[in-house]
Design a protein around this ligand. Structure first.
Ligand SMILES: C[S@@+](CC[C@H](N)C(=O)[O-])C[C@H]1O[C@@H](n2cnc3c(N)ncnc32)[C@H](O)[C@@H]1O
Length: 339
Protein backbone atom coordinates (compact mmCIF):
# COMPACT_ATOMS: atom_id res chain seq x y z
CA UNK A 1 0.00 0.00 0.00
CA UNK A 2 1.97 3.04 -1.20
CA UNK A 3 0.13 5.77 0.69
CA UNK A 4 -0.51 4.77 4.29
CA UNK A 5 -1.88 8.16 5.26
CA UNK A 6 -4.77 7.57 2.89
CA UNK A 7 -5.53 4.41 4.82
CA UNK A 8 -5.42 6.27 8.14
CA UNK A 9 -7.67 8.94 6.67
CA UNK A 10 -10.10 6.21 5.58
CA UNK A 11 -10.10 4.77 9.09
CA UNK A 12 -10.76 8.16 10.69
CA UNK A 13 -13.69 8.71 8.34
CA UNK A 14 -15.06 5.24 9.10
CA UNK A 15 -14.81 6.13 12.78
CA UNK A 16 -16.73 9.36 12.09
CA UNK A 17 -19.48 7.31 10.48
CA UNK A 18 -19.63 5.11 13.60
CA UNK A 19 -20.00 8.20 15.77
CA UNK A 20 -22.90 9.30 13.60
CA UNK A 21 -24.46 5.85 14.14
CA UNK A 22 -24.20 6.25 17.90
CA UNK A 23 -25.79 9.72 17.71
CA UNK A 24 -28.65 8.03 15.86
CA UNK A 25 -29.08 5.69 18.85
CA UNK A 26 -29.42 8.71 21.12
CA UNK A 27 -31.91 10.17 18.74
CA UNK A 28 -33.89 6.91 18.91
CA UNK A 29 -34.00 7.28 22.73
CA UNK A 30 -32.13 4.05 23.38
CA UNK A 31 -31.80 3.12 27.04
CA UNK A 32 -28.78 4.34 29.09
CA UNK A 33 -27.00 0.92 29.21
CA UNK A 34 -27.22 0.74 25.41
CA UNK A 35 -25.82 4.24 25.05
CA UNK A 36 -22.99 3.43 27.47
CA UNK A 37 -22.19 0.30 25.51
CA UNK A 38 -22.19 2.30 22.26
CA UNK A 39 -19.84 4.91 23.78
CA UNK A 40 -17.50 2.13 25.01
CA UNK A 41 -17.54 0.49 21.58
CA UNK A 42 -16.66 3.75 19.83
CA UNK A 43 -14.02 4.55 22.45
CA UNK A 44 -12.29 1.19 21.83
CA UNK A 45 -12.33 1.70 18.07
CA UNK A 46 -11.08 5.29 18.47
CA UNK A 47 -8.17 4.17 20.63
CA UNK A 48 -6.97 1.58 18.12
CA UNK A 49 -7.51 3.99 15.21
CA UNK A 50 -5.60 6.70 17.09
CA UNK A 51 -2.62 4.35 17.40
CA UNK A 52 -2.32 4.18 13.59
CA UNK A 53 -1.54 7.92 13.53
CA UNK A 54 1.78 7.20 15.26
CA UNK A 55 2.78 4.44 12.84
CA UNK A 56 0.87 4.60 9.55
CA UNK A 57 3.38 2.19 7.98
CA UNK A 58 2.54 -0.56 10.48
CA UNK A 59 0.23 -2.98 8.65
CA UNK A 60 -0.56 -4.91 11.81
CA UNK A 61 -1.84 -1.74 13.47
CA UNK A 62 -3.88 -0.82 10.41
CA UNK A 63 -5.37 -4.28 10.35
CA UNK A 64 -6.06 -4.07 14.11
CA UNK A 65 -7.91 -0.80 13.59
CA UNK A 66 -9.89 -2.27 10.70
CA UNK A 67 -10.89 -5.18 12.93
CA UNK A 68 -11.93 -2.78 15.69
CA UNK A 69 -14.03 -0.78 13.26
CA UNK A 70 -15.67 -3.86 11.79
CA UNK A 71 -16.41 -5.15 15.30
CA UNK A 72 -17.78 -1.76 16.35
CA UNK A 73 -19.99 -1.59 13.25
CA UNK A 74 -21.45 -5.01 14.06
CA UNK A 75 -21.91 -4.07 17.71
CA UNK A 76 -23.68 -0.82 16.89
CA UNK A 77 -25.89 -2.59 14.38
CA UNK A 78 -26.94 -5.06 17.04
CA UNK A 79 -27.48 -2.25 19.54
CA UNK A 80 -29.74 -0.52 17.07
CA UNK A 81 -31.77 -3.68 16.69
CA UNK A 82 -32.20 -4.47 20.37
CA UNK A 83 -31.94 -0.97 21.86
CA UNK A 84 -32.79 -2.39 25.30
CA UNK A 85 -30.81 -5.60 26.00
CA UNK A 86 -27.12 -5.09 25.28
CA UNK A 87 -26.05 -8.04 27.42
CA UNK A 88 -27.93 -10.48 25.16
CA UNK A 89 -25.93 -9.49 22.10
CA UNK A 90 -23.66 -12.03 20.46
CA UNK A 91 -20.41 -10.93 18.80
CA UNK A 92 -19.99 -12.06 15.20
CA UNK A 93 -17.79 -15.02 14.33
CA UNK A 94 -14.10 -13.92 14.76
CA UNK A 95 -13.03 -15.39 11.42
CA UNK A 96 -15.82 -13.59 9.57
CA UNK A 97 -14.84 -10.41 11.38
CA UNK A 98 -11.20 -10.80 10.36
CA UNK A 99 -12.20 -11.32 6.75
CA UNK A 100 -14.39 -8.23 6.84
CA UNK A 101 -11.50 -6.25 8.37
CA UNK A 102 -9.13 -7.44 5.62
CA UNK A 103 -11.67 -6.35 3.05
CA UNK A 104 -11.89 -2.91 4.68
CA UNK A 105 -8.09 -2.62 4.68
CA UNK A 106 -7.99 -3.51 0.99
CA UNK A 107 -10.67 -0.97 0.18
CA UNK A 108 -8.76 1.76 1.97
CA UNK A 109 -5.43 0.64 0.49
CA UNK A 110 -6.86 0.22 -3.02
CA UNK A 111 -8.11 3.74 -2.82
CA UNK A 112 -4.59 5.02 -2.24
CA UNK A 113 -3.00 2.70 -4.77
CA UNK A 114 -4.73 3.84 -7.93
CA UNK A 115 -4.32 7.58 -7.30
CA UNK A 116 -6.94 8.04 -9.99
CA UNK A 117 -9.81 6.53 -8.16
CA UNK A 118 -12.78 8.20 -6.62
CA UNK A 119 -14.62 6.52 -3.79
CA UNK A 120 -18.39 6.48 -3.90
CA UNK A 121 -19.87 6.87 -0.45
CA UNK A 122 -23.36 5.90 0.46
CA UNK A 123 -25.14 7.90 3.16
CA UNK A 124 -25.98 6.01 6.33
CA UNK A 125 -29.48 5.92 7.65
CA UNK A 126 -28.43 8.63 10.06
CA UNK A 127 -27.66 10.92 7.14
CA UNK A 128 -23.87 11.19 7.33
CA UNK A 129 -21.97 11.20 4.05
CA UNK A 130 -18.87 9.42 5.37
CA UNK A 131 -20.52 6.06 5.70
CA UNK A 132 -19.50 3.03 3.75
CA UNK A 133 -17.55 2.55 0.56
CA UNK A 134 -19.87 1.03 -2.03
CA UNK A 135 -17.68 1.27 -5.10
CA UNK A 136 -14.68 2.77 -6.80
CA UNK A 137 -14.68 4.39 -10.22
CA UNK A 138 -11.72 5.42 -12.31
CA UNK A 139 -11.32 9.13 -12.92
CA UNK A 140 -10.57 9.56 -16.61
CA UNK A 141 -8.78 12.90 -16.30
CA UNK A 142 -6.82 14.10 -13.28
CA UNK A 143 -7.34 17.73 -14.23
CA UNK A 144 -11.10 17.24 -14.17
CA UNK A 145 -10.88 15.77 -10.67
CA UNK A 146 -9.49 18.90 -9.03
CA UNK A 147 -11.51 21.40 -11.05
CA UNK A 148 -14.77 19.53 -11.53
CA UNK A 149 -16.33 20.41 -8.13
CA UNK A 150 -16.03 24.12 -9.06
CA UNK A 151 -17.71 23.42 -12.41
CA UNK A 152 -20.44 21.55 -10.56
CA UNK A 153 -20.97 24.49 -8.22
CA UNK A 154 -21.37 26.72 -11.27
CA UNK A 155 -23.88 24.32 -12.82
CA UNK A 156 -25.81 24.44 -9.52
CA UNK A 157 -25.79 28.24 -9.90
CA UNK A 158 -23.95 28.71 -6.61
CA UNK A 159 -23.12 32.37 -5.96
CA UNK A 160 -20.41 34.31 -4.11
CA UNK A 161 -18.23 32.36 -1.68
CA UNK A 162 -20.30 29.21 -2.24
CA UNK A 163 -19.33 29.18 -5.92
CA UNK A 164 -15.74 28.84 -4.65
CA UNK A 165 -16.77 25.91 -2.42
CA UNK A 166 -16.51 27.91 0.80
CA UNK A 167 -19.33 27.11 3.20
CA UNK A 168 -19.89 30.86 3.45
CA UNK A 169 -18.22 34.27 3.18
CA UNK A 170 -16.96 33.99 6.78
CA UNK A 171 -14.78 30.98 5.87
CA UNK A 172 -13.13 32.99 3.14
CA UNK A 173 -12.66 36.08 5.34
CA UNK A 174 -11.04 34.31 8.30
CA UNK A 175 -8.42 32.98 5.91
CA UNK A 176 -7.82 36.39 4.31
CA UNK A 177 -7.44 37.91 7.77
CA UNK A 178 -4.92 35.23 8.75
CA UNK A 179 -2.95 35.97 5.57
CA UNK A 180 -2.68 39.71 6.21
CA UNK A 181 -1.69 39.11 9.83
CA UNK A 182 1.09 36.79 8.76
CA UNK A 183 2.73 38.47 5.83
CA UNK A 184 3.38 42.07 4.68
CA UNK A 185 1.63 42.62 1.35
CA UNK A 186 1.74 46.42 1.10
CA UNK A 187 4.02 47.47 -1.77
CA UNK A 188 4.84 43.84 -2.71
CA UNK A 189 4.34 41.97 -5.94
CA UNK A 190 1.68 39.43 -5.06
CA UNK A 191 0.64 36.29 -6.95
CA UNK A 192 -2.74 34.88 -5.85
CA UNK A 193 -2.85 31.30 -7.16
CA UNK A 194 -6.42 30.12 -7.75
CA UNK A 195 -7.69 33.65 -7.26
CA UNK A 196 -11.37 33.03 -8.11
CA UNK A 197 -12.95 36.40 -8.95
CA UNK A 198 -10.11 38.28 -7.18
CA UNK A 199 -11.83 38.61 -3.79
CA UNK A 200 -8.49 38.75 -1.96
CA UNK A 201 -7.45 41.91 -3.79
CA UNK A 202 -10.86 43.51 -3.07
CA UNK A 203 -10.38 42.63 0.62
CA UNK A 204 -6.86 44.13 0.69
CA UNK A 205 -7.96 47.35 -1.02
CA UNK A 206 -10.80 47.81 1.49
CA UNK A 207 -8.20 47.52 4.25
CA UNK A 208 -5.98 50.08 2.52
CA UNK A 209 -3.32 47.44 1.81
CA UNK A 210 -2.09 48.14 -1.71
CA UNK A 211 0.29 45.66 -3.34
CA UNK A 212 2.78 47.07 -5.87
CA UNK A 213 1.21 44.68 -8.35
CA UNK A 214 -1.27 41.83 -8.05
CA UNK A 215 -1.42 38.87 -10.42
CA UNK A 216 -4.42 36.56 -10.09
CA UNK A 217 -4.00 33.11 -11.64
CA UNK A 218 -7.20 31.16 -12.25
CA UNK A 219 -8.17 28.09 -14.28
CA UNK A 220 -11.92 28.58 -14.57
CA UNK A 221 -12.76 30.94 -17.46
CA UNK A 222 -15.92 32.38 -15.86
CA UNK A 223 -13.98 33.31 -12.71
CA UNK A 224 -11.26 34.86 -14.85
CA UNK A 225 -13.93 36.97 -16.57
CA UNK A 226 -15.46 37.96 -13.21
CA UNK A 227 -12.04 39.02 -11.88
CA UNK A 228 -11.24 41.03 -15.00
CA UNK A 229 -14.61 42.81 -14.88
CA UNK A 230 -13.56 44.37 -11.56
CA UNK A 231 -10.86 46.36 -13.38
CA UNK A 232 -8.69 46.82 -10.32
CA UNK A 233 -5.62 49.02 -10.96
CA UNK A 234 -2.13 47.43 -10.90
CA UNK A 235 -3.73 44.05 -11.41
CA UNK A 236 -3.43 41.36 -14.09
CA UNK A 237 -5.61 38.29 -14.25
CA UNK A 238 -4.05 35.31 -16.00
CA UNK A 239 -6.02 32.28 -17.15
CA UNK A 240 -4.01 29.13 -16.43
CA UNK A 241 -3.76 25.86 -14.52
CA UNK A 242 -0.85 25.78 -12.06
CA UNK A 243 -1.00 21.96 -11.86
CA UNK A 244 -0.75 21.34 -15.59
CA UNK A 245 1.49 24.31 -16.23
CA UNK A 246 3.58 25.30 -13.18
CA UNK A 247 5.44 27.90 -15.28
CA UNK A 248 2.33 30.10 -14.94
CA UNK A 249 3.52 30.84 -11.38
CA UNK A 250 6.84 32.30 -12.55
CA UNK A 251 5.74 35.95 -12.60
CA UNK A 252 8.46 37.38 -10.35
CA UNK A 253 6.22 37.68 -7.28
CA UNK A 254 7.59 38.59 -3.84
CA UNK A 255 4.70 36.73 -2.25
CA UNK A 256 2.89 33.68 -3.65
CA UNK A 257 -0.44 32.91 -1.98
CA UNK A 258 -2.78 29.93 -2.19
CA UNK A 259 -6.04 30.36 -0.32
CA UNK A 260 -8.28 27.32 -0.61
CA UNK A 261 -6.80 26.37 -3.97
CA UNK A 262 -4.78 23.37 -2.75
CA UNK A 263 -7.65 21.58 -1.00
CA UNK A 264 -8.63 19.39 -3.93
CA UNK A 265 -5.13 18.14 -4.72
CA UNK A 266 -3.88 14.68 -3.84
CA UNK A 267 -1.01 14.61 -1.37
CA UNK A 268 1.55 14.01 -4.11
CA UNK A 269 0.27 16.93 -6.20
CA UNK A 270 -0.08 19.16 -3.13
CA UNK A 271 3.63 18.86 -2.31
CA UNK A 272 4.67 19.07 -5.95
CA UNK A 273 2.76 22.34 -6.44
CA UNK A 274 4.22 23.76 -3.24
CA UNK A 275 7.75 22.93 -4.38
CA UNK A 276 7.03 24.66 -7.70
CA UNK A 277 5.50 27.68 -5.96
CA UNK A 278 8.53 27.93 -3.66
CA UNK A 279 10.77 27.98 -6.73
CA UNK A 280 8.59 30.75 -8.19
CA UNK A 281 8.51 33.12 -5.22
CA UNK A 282 11.21 35.69 -4.45
CA UNK A 283 10.56 35.74 -0.73
CA UNK A 284 7.28 34.45 0.75
CA UNK A 285 5.00 31.49 0.17
CA UNK A 286 1.73 31.54 2.09
CA UNK A 287 -0.88 28.79 1.85
CA UNK A 288 -3.71 27.29 3.85
CA UNK A 289 -4.57 23.61 3.98
CA UNK A 290 -7.01 21.25 5.72
CA UNK A 291 -5.15 19.74 8.65
CA UNK A 292 -7.71 17.27 10.06
CA UNK A 293 -10.48 15.23 8.46
CA UNK A 294 -13.08 17.47 10.16
CA UNK A 295 -13.45 19.91 7.26
CA UNK A 296 -12.51 17.32 4.64
CA UNK A 297 -15.85 15.50 4.64
CA UNK A 298 -16.50 15.81 0.91
CA UNK A 299 -14.89 13.06 -1.11
CA UNK A 300 -12.87 15.46 -3.26
CA UNK A 301 -11.17 17.19 -0.32
CA UNK A 302 -7.75 16.20 1.01
CA UNK A 303 -6.15 16.94 4.35
CA UNK A 304 -2.50 16.90 5.41
CA UNK A 305 -0.76 16.48 8.72
CA UNK A 306 0.69 19.67 10.18
CA UNK A 307 3.91 17.90 11.16
CA UNK A 308 4.42 16.58 7.64
CA UNK A 309 3.85 20.02 6.09
CA UNK A 310 6.22 21.58 8.62
CA UNK A 311 8.94 19.00 7.89
CA UNK A 312 8.45 19.51 4.15
CA UNK A 313 8.77 23.31 4.48
CA UNK A 314 11.93 22.97 6.57
CA UNK A 315 13.45 20.67 3.96
CA UNK A 316 12.93 23.47 1.44
CA UNK A 317 15.20 25.57 3.66
CA UNK A 318 12.45 28.04 4.58
CA UNK A 319 11.84 29.89 7.82
CA UNK A 320 8.42 28.49 8.66
CA UNK A 321 5.50 29.60 10.77
CA UNK A 322 2.23 27.63 11.13
CA UNK A 323 -0.98 29.29 12.29
CA UNK A 324 -3.87 26.96 13.13
CA UNK A 325 -5.72 29.30 15.46
CA UNK A 326 -8.17 30.98 13.08
CA UNK A 327 -10.43 28.02 12.15
CA UNK A 328 -10.52 24.50 13.63
CA UNK A 329 -9.40 22.00 10.98
CA UNK A 330 -7.55 24.53 8.83
CA UNK A 331 -3.94 25.65 9.06
CA UNK A 332 -1.93 28.36 7.37
CA UNK A 333 1.74 27.93 6.56
CA UNK A 334 3.97 30.95 6.06
CA UNK A 335 7.36 30.23 4.47
CA UNK A 336 10.05 32.87 4.14
CA UNK A 337 13.39 32.68 2.37
CA UNK A 338 16.44 33.14 4.55
CA UNK A 339 18.37 36.27 3.59
C1 LIG B 1 -11.57 27.51 -2.80
S1 LIG B 1 -11.45 28.53 -4.19
C2 LIG B 1 -10.67 29.93 -3.43
C3 LIG B 1 -10.64 31.14 -4.30
C4 LIG B 1 -9.89 32.32 -3.67
N1 LIG B 1 -8.48 32.01 -3.52
C5 LIG B 1 -10.51 32.65 -2.34
O1 LIG B 1 -9.82 32.49 -1.32
O2 LIG B 1 -11.66 33.03 -2.30
C6 LIG B 1 -10.11 27.82 -5.13
C7 LIG B 1 -9.90 28.48 -6.48
O3 LIG B 1 -8.74 27.90 -7.06
C8 LIG B 1 -9.00 27.65 -8.42
N2 LIG B 1 -8.14 26.55 -8.83
C9 LIG B 1 -8.17 25.28 -8.34
N3 LIG B 1 -7.24 24.54 -8.95
C10 LIG B 1 -6.62 25.35 -9.83
C11 LIG B 1 -5.55 25.14 -10.75
N4 LIG B 1 -4.96 23.95 -10.89
N5 LIG B 1 -5.11 26.20 -11.49
C12 LIG B 1 -5.71 27.42 -11.33
N6 LIG B 1 -6.74 27.66 -10.50
C13 LIG B 1 -7.18 26.64 -9.75
C14 LIG B 1 -10.47 27.29 -8.47
O4 LIG B 1 -11.00 27.44 -9.78
C15 LIG B 1 -11.05 28.26 -7.46
O5 LIG B 1 -11.37 29.47 -8.05
Amino acid sequence: MPCRWKAVDGLVRALGALRAESFALEYDHAEPPVLEEAARTIGDAAQVTGATLDAPEDTERLMGACEAIVAARARLKSLRVTRTRPRDLMGPDPELRRRAARQLLEEIGGLAKSGQAQVILEPTRSGTSAACIVGVIEMPDRAAAYLEPYSRARRRKARGARALLWVGRRDQLVRFEAIVRACPLEGRRVLDVGCGPGDLLGFLRKRGILPAHYVGLEAQPWLVRAARRRRYPKCSIVEGDFVKDPATMAVGADVVIFSGSLNLLSSRQFYRSLREAWAATRRWLVFNFLCTPDLAGARWLHWHRRAAVLAFARRLGAVVHLDDGYEPGDCMAVLRRRR
